[in-house]
Design a protein around this ligand. Structure first.
Ligand code: ADP
Ligand code: ZN
Ligand code: ZN
Length: 708
């Protein structure tokens, strides 16, 4: 007997079959089964999506046969398939693209036989010895209350907890409870960056040591393909009880998922920036809802619960607003651990009005003094500047030449260490010219400062300062340039922890997540540009970053009272800094949300960007405008509630000789925007085919874009 199956394969994005093709099989394969199928001349991995009715005349006569099943692998669950289908539809990509990208790459390459070798006998889920609770720390009042409130509710929860308030302990307790209640239950813990996984993994492994080694696994792109496959398989088999991962882990196959934790939920790296541009945080909320619905074959049982716990000291305004509206539950922890006995343990924020400082000074004299005092006391300072390299531009003051990138509409950054001009957009790198390429003047000079130059500058400014024991000052820098090599970041962080550094200079990389105990002064040198950015999320990011940076200071109770956060600004009256001074995220959020509501921006309005790339800017824009006109002419579903704006060049208009344009599409209704985008997809394809857009290279839709 022949069965007809709809099988999802990695077809090109936006294919008309939506990624599913019809195949024939001699065996009645279950939906979710992983199979190998022929596609053109290749043999590829596919996921059985559904069985097709065998009503003879509907069947395609050309259907090819399934080549084999990946035996020993249970089918992917209906919930997993629903999550993938939702992602494809919401983010306007093909089902095949999303489904196959959600599986570990090695699974796609392995033959059936190779896989059989990898799959050890699925270990029976053993009943675990109970957790040893004798060594657990006593929870703070706020932690106790947060956990009780979390347990008493079923809504998605936002743990709004100050840096150092002990959020991790709350995650650990929530996970422990779920794991103890059900011997098969699984927990997914997401973190924004791979760098943060080892520390967290160690903490979870230690706490859940009683579960055995195979039961805490990590899933992120820093793993080798083999490690990643192994983690994925143990999660899929239900052996891994706790999966720790970055955004990609949201698609892990977890047959008994009961809790999803999203740490630092505001972090932009939860948004995928290519292919299907999904938000792993938003999908976490959606997945928890799907997992909580009554499962197939479990209809008579009580519906299962999967909770989601988002955590941040500076939540995204989307999540915050959801707590204001009551869709999410808010759990608040204001105090740092140990803070109750030690009033004022959050660092004092000092704004330096740069209008009243010497012209062109990079570090204001009072800040320099303060750093000197820290050094004299044997304490550490962290100076942070969000721009790497030596100087953002090299310029000739005679003829006005600037170090533009020949391939991008951007300047190449001067890196002094290897005397290069490097484009941070396309990577184009050249030796610094000896003289101005335009007029021959040998006096070309760096303009502005990056971290490399700041490090050098601080060394000059602090030249006379010595450490308490008279030994020379130690200045270090951490940014993407100093941490390129594997292990470099770890060793540099270790030397900061070991107090081998007095002044640390760096980019936002060091403002995040790292727990520096001996840093008592944090300074933001030049944060102003974000105040007046065309990107409406820039203030939110700046506030979050400054709060995070402030959180780095004085986490050591010994220094709690004396720690300071310095901010150099030309706009000390800006309300953002007012809220920062009081460490008042709710005030900042209320102010921002009021402005966003008035402007109909997220979370009060919804948007998508269509980006187009072409050899000529006019073609990229022309294509987008033509597609928008076609949408208007055809009165697409949802169009009455959707506003497409004219196409504009992207902020960095040209990268690697490719012109880039984008079109913003807005709607007060998420549903209308979704309807419109779904109907617009085929129109965009058609516009490309029928119009005169030969130099158009590609286009893509970004739903809920983070940067506009
Ligand atoms: P957050 O993630 O909220 O910034 P952490 O979870 O890193 O804070 O906790 C800060 C520090 O406080 C950690 O060193 C942690 O081990 C410690 N800690 C957390 N909860 C408690 C507690 N109840 N009693 C004592 N120390 C705690
Ligand atoms: Zn010149
Ligand atoms: Zn370039």
């Amino acid at each position: 007997m022949t069965y007809w199956l709809s099988i999802v394969v990695a077809t090109p994005a936006h294919s008309s079959v939506a990624g599913a093709l019809t195949y024939a099989s001699e065996r009645p394969l279950l939906p979710g089964s992983l199979v190998r199928v022929p596609l053109g001349k290749r043999e590829v991995l596919g996921v059985v999506w559904e069985r097709l009715p065998d009503s003879g005349d509907l069947l395609p006569t050309q259907a090819r046969n399934v080549l084999g099943e990946l035996e020993g692998l249970a089918p992917l669950s209906a919930t997993w398939r629903r999550l993938v289908a939702f992602t494809a539809s919401y983010y306007q990509r093909s089902l095949g693209e999303v489904a196959l990208a959600a599986l570990p790459p090695q699974l796609r390459e392995l033959t059936t036989v190779q896989l059989a070798r990898r799959l050890k006998r699925p270990a029976a889920i053993q009943s675990n010895p109970p957790e040893d609770t004798t060594n657990l720390i006593a929870l703070s009042k706020e932690q106790t209350r947060a956990i009780a409130e979390f347990d008493a509710d079923t809504r998605p929860a936002l743990l709004f907890g100050a840096t150092g308030s002990g959020k991790t302990e709350v995650y650990l307790r929530a996970a422990a409870k779920v794991l103890a209640e059900d011997p098969g239950a699984q927990v997914l813990v997401m973190v924004p960056e791979i760098n943060l996984t080892p520390q967290l993994q160690a903490r979870f492994e230690e706490r859940f040591a009683h579960l055995g080694p195979a039961q805490v696994v990590s899933l992120h792109s820093g793993l080798t393909p083999a490690q990643r496959l192994k983690s994925w398989l143990t999660a899929h088999a239900g052996q891994a009880r706790l999966v720790l991962g970055t955004r990609m882990a949201i698609f892990a196959s977890l047959p008994k998922l009961r809790l999803i934790v999203v740490d630092e939920e505001h972090d932009p790296s939860y948004k995928q920036q290519e292919g299907a541009r999904y938000s792993a945080r938003d999908l976490a909320v959606y997945r928890a809802m799907l997992e909580s619905a009554t499962k197939e074959g479990e209809t008579d049982k009580a519906a299962v619960q999967c909770r989601v716990l988002l955590g941040s000291a500076t939540p995204s305004l989307e999540s915050w607003q959801a707590t204001v509206a009551g869709r999410y539950q808010r759990l608040t922890m204001n105090e740092r651990i140990g803070g109750a006995e030690q009033q004022g343990s959050l660092p004092a924020v000092r704004l330096v009005d740069m209008n009243h400082q010497p012209k062109h000074c990079t570090i204001a004299p009072p800040l320099l003094d303060a750093i000197g005092q820290r050094i004299a006391r044997g304490e550490q300072s962290l100076i942070f500047l969000n721009r790497r390299g030596y100087a953002p531009v090299l310029a000739c003051h005679d003829c006005g030449w600037k170090s533009e990138c020949p391939h991008c509409s951007a300047y190449r950054v001067f890196h002094k260490i290897d005397r290069t001009l490097r484009c941070h957009h396309c990577g184009f790198t050249e030796r610094v010219p000896r003289a101005c390429p335009s007029c021959g003047n040998i006096d070309i000079a760096p303009v502005g400062k990056g971290t490399e130059r700041l490090e050098e500058h601080i060394a000059e400014l602090l030249a006379g300062v010595t450490r308490p024991d008279g030994s020379p000052l130690r200045i270090a820098r951490i940014d993407a340039d100093t941490t390129r090599l594997k292990g470099a970041l770890e060793s540099q962080l270790a030397s900061v922890h070991a107090r081998e550094v007095d002044v640390l200079v760096g980019t936002q990389m060091i403002a995040k997540g790292h727990d520096f105990r001996h840093i008592t002064l944090v300074a933001a040198i030049n944060p102003d540009s974000a105040l007046f950015s065309s990107d409406f999320r820039a203030p939110e990011r700046l506030f979050g970053l400054l709060m995070q940076a402030a959180g780095r200071a004085g986490r050591d109770a010994d220094h709690g009272e004396a720690s300071e956060m310095w901010v150099q600004t030309f706009h000390p009256q800006h309300p953002l800094f007012g809220a920062l001074k009081k460490h008042d995220y709710p005030a900042f959020a209320a102010q921002e949300l009021k402005e966003r509501e008035a402007a109909g921006m997220s979370p009060f309005g919804f948007s998508a960007l269509v980006r187009a790339e072409a050899r000529e800017q006019a073609v990229a824009q022309g294509f987008l405008n033509a597609a928008a006109e076609a949408a208007q002419a055809q009165q697409l579903p949802g169009h009455e509630a959707v506003t497409p704006y004219p196409a504009v060049p992207m902020t960095i208009q040209r990268v690697a000789n490719i012109e880039r344009a984008q079109m913003l599409v807005e709607s007060p209704s998420r549903a209308a925007l979704q309807r419109f985008l779904a109907a617009w997809q085929p129109v965009l394809h058609q516009t490309r085919q029928e119009g005169d857009f030969k130099s158009l290279i590609r286009w893509a839709i970004d739903v809920d874009p983070l940067a506009i």
